[in-house]
Design a protein around this ligand. Structure first.
Ligand code: ATP
Length: 306
């Protein structure tokens, strides 16, 4: 497969006085599943459009597959890109299959491929139904179907799981993993941080057009000292002894509710906490800092990117 890495080199983009993207440099490797998160107006869509060559950069360079998005040759690269915009708008009076035929023609892909792709996204039975009878989730699946036409080697998805039910979301990521398995590079934004945190290889957090953090989830976790949360259920009557049992461990936050306790502590304190409570324990749940916790820690303003 042709190399479809993405390189952004000191890229800025202004709209008049608004600096939507400020001096962003990052590389997305061939075959990577890469997440893009940030609050409203952080610059996610603008960055997408710069990478797709739909907007020219005000400064810096964007290269996809080694080709500058500003160059005439980029038209060739664009043929290998699948893109799902945030709102996939189509023609209500056409059937799903007819809509896909239009996209196949635009992409110069054989119409015969449309049936296979519709089956892949679970719309085979609704292929000949007009779009106005489709649910929100079905429209989203159709949008995803047009992305898959022509087996793109670079896939951009802006909030792709909007309107999908849990089964649909799982099926969607299954298809993405297949695409990744054949070497496709995937860039994805999501409002639902919990959904992407275990699925992307690396991610960037944008804040006011700048890179606030970049790396794997484990790297982002290691750069911030955020507490682990331990929820414990004690044997009946043992709740009263928790505080004394933990008194020798500094820096803990303890919340007691009868025989249940919530303890926030540094990662290194987890084992000593559990050892101290071992004889009283019935059940334990440990929650590590989530992407949402990290997002807030890195300056994100919302619990999600909405
Ligand atoms: N065509 C445009 N003209 C003027 N300003 C724009 C334009 N497009 C984006 N902006 C501004 O650039 C900034 C970044 O916008 P962008 O749409 O990239 O953010 P976003 O992270 O995608 O936000 P959201 O989560 O709301 O979709 C915002 O301040 C926005 O108002």
């Amino acid at each position: 497969m042709t190399n479809m890495s993405i390189e952004l080199d000191a890229v800025s983009k202004s709209f008049g006085a608004v600096e939507a993207i400020r001096n962003v440099s990052l590389n997305i490797g061939q075959g990577e599943m890469f997440g893009l998160i940030g609050h409203n107006g952080a610059g996610k869509s603008t960055l997408f459009k710069l990478m797709l060559g739909l907007l020219p950069a005000s400064a810096g360079a964007v290269r996809v597959g080694g080709v500058a998005t500003s160059s005439a040759q980029f038209r060739q690269v664009r043929r290998r890109i699948g893109y799902l915009p945030e709102s996939f708008v189509s023609y209500d009076n056409l059937s799903g299959l007819e809509v896909l035929h239009l996209f196949a023609d635009l992409k110069q892909v054989a119409r015969a491929e449309c049936g296979r792709v519709l089956r892949r996204v679970g719309l085979a039975d609704a292929a000949t139904r007009r779009l106005h009878t489709y649910s929100k989730g079905m429209r989203q699946r159709l949008g995803f179907a047009q992305v898959l036409l022509g087996d793109p080697t670079l896939i951009f998805l802006d909030e792709p799981t909007n309107g999908l039910d849990p089964e649909g979301i799982a099926a969607f990521y299954g298809i993405l993993r297949e695409a990744q398995g054949r070497g496709a590079t995937i860039v994805i934004t999501s409002h639902i941080l919990a959904e992407i945190q275990d699925r992307v290889d690396r991610l960037v957090m944008l804040d006011a057009g700048k890179v606030a953090a970049l790396g794997t989830l484990a790297e982002l976790r290691s750069r911030q000292v955020l507490p682990s949360h331990i929820e414990v259920l004690m044997r009946p009557g043992c709740g009263a002894g928790v505080e004394a049992a933990l008194a020798h461990l500094p820096g803990l936050t303890l919340k007691l509710d009868g025989d249940q306790a919530g303890i926030a502590c540094a990662a290194a304190q987890k084992a000593p906490v559990l050892a101290a409570l071992a004889t009283m324990l019935v059940d334990v749940t440990i929650r590590e800092p989530s992407l949402e916790d990290l997002f807030l820690g890195y300056g994100g303003h919302h619990a999600s990117a909405d």
